[in-house]
Write a protein that binds this ligand. Structure first.
Ligand code: NAP
Length: 307
């Protein structure tokens, strides 16, 4: 029990991220009231059955009424439409934030709709799984993970401090970044790995000389680890690619150059070059474990957690 940070929190979008927030808010008592809105009656019914909130609506505008904190957790391409819908119902002095995986595009879509007196603080929790929907969430999702804010110039310090307190109570550490820098960093640490995984799984699926049953049967030799990323939500990742296009293309071109260099080393039998690269990358993996961002367990510690 951490104690109330906001009286009423409205969650717009109740998938993996929104429902994990609902669960941790409830578990730690971070709000007196949770109102939930989602686009479809079906998802709303699932949220209701799971008991994720105190009130439920398919109208985002209705859900944000009187809310002190509004968290938008929808695919990034839908951010502008949601901001437009809720704009007239936001309470003066409320904080509006989001969890979108790209920041420059979300800011461009949402900022024009934010009324005077509402504190818009864009955010991105670096926490997720390959699962989606309200049933996929769990309260520990944000524990020991980073949440990055990309505040706009002139952001109210008190509103920022309170949102920081909220995310810290959810178990996260908070960092502040410029939106363009965020989008570049995330392009390399998150977006490119997913694109590479989608690509390699697609390539394996297209091969004519190796059967699909062989790909699946022998997958534990490496392929399996890519399939987790490649199982991620298609809508979310379509939107990430469309809304962080420039940074992703820049990182992809760096990646292609480095891949060509690796290809050359293999062609010319340059064992030293291969050994040096593979030694260096092994250190990177060890640093991630030392930083507490993964475990050394053979299953990567990814035993599914459920509340
Ligand atoms: P999710 O589980 O697929 O849930 C998506 C939610 O958004 C659902 O409530 C869905 O409503 C709603 N939605 C979908 N399309 C919409 C539209 N066009 N307009 C309005 N609402 C719409 O997604 P998620 O994984 O929670 O991701 C939500 C956000 O978090 C995304 O912006 C993503 O970039 C970001 N994020 C995701 C992860 C991750 O690993 N998953 C990590 C960090 C940040 P209905 O079901 O009612 O249609």
């Amino acid at each position: 029990m951490s104690g109330i940070v906001y009286d009423k929190i409205a969650l717009i979008g109740i998938g993996l991220i929104g429902s994990s927030l609902a669960r941790v808010i409830r578990q730690k008592g971070l709000a007196r009231e949770i109102s939930i809105a989602t686009r479809s009656a079906e998802t709303l019914e699932t949220a209701r059955k799971l008991g994720l909130g105190d009130s439920y609506s398919t109208s985002s505008a209705a859900a944000v009424t009187d809310a002190d904190l509004v968290i938008v957790s929808v695919p990034v391409g839908a951010s502008g439409a949601v901001a437009k819908e809720i704009a007239g119902s936001l309470k003066p002095g409320a904080t509006l934030t989001d969890v979108g995986s790209t920041k420059a595009s979300v800011i461009a879509q949402m900022e024009p709709h934010v009324p005077e007196g509402v504190h818009f603080i864009p955010g991105h929790p670096l926490a997720g799984t390959e699962h989606s929907g309200p049933e996929a969430g769990f309260p520990e999702l944000f524990e020991n993970k980073w949440c990055i804010f990309t505040p706009l110039p002139g952001t109210d310090e008190a509103a920022l401090a309170k949102l920081t307190e909220f995310w810290e109570a959810c178990g996260s550490q908070v960092d502040i970044m410029d939106k363009a820098h965020h989008d570049k960093v995330l392009a390399i640490v998150s977006h490119l790995p997913h694109i590479i995984a989608y690509n390699i799984v697609g390539t394996a699926d297209d091969l004519e000389t190796v059967t699909e049953s062989e790909v699946i049967k022998y997958s534990a030799s490496g392929f399996r680890d890519f399939t987790r990323l490649a199982a991620s939500d298609p809508t979310m990742w379509r939107d990430v690619c469309l809304h962080n296009k420039d940074a992703i293309l820049e990182m992809l071109s760096r990646f292609s150059e480095d891949l060509a260099s690796l290809q050359r080393a293999i062609r010319w039998g340059d064992g030293d070059k291969l050994f040096d690269l593979f030694t260096h990358t092994r250190h990177v993996r060890r640093s991630i474990i030392e930083a507490g961002q993964d475990t050394a367990a053979p299953d990567f510690g990814r035993v599914p957690k459920k509340d």
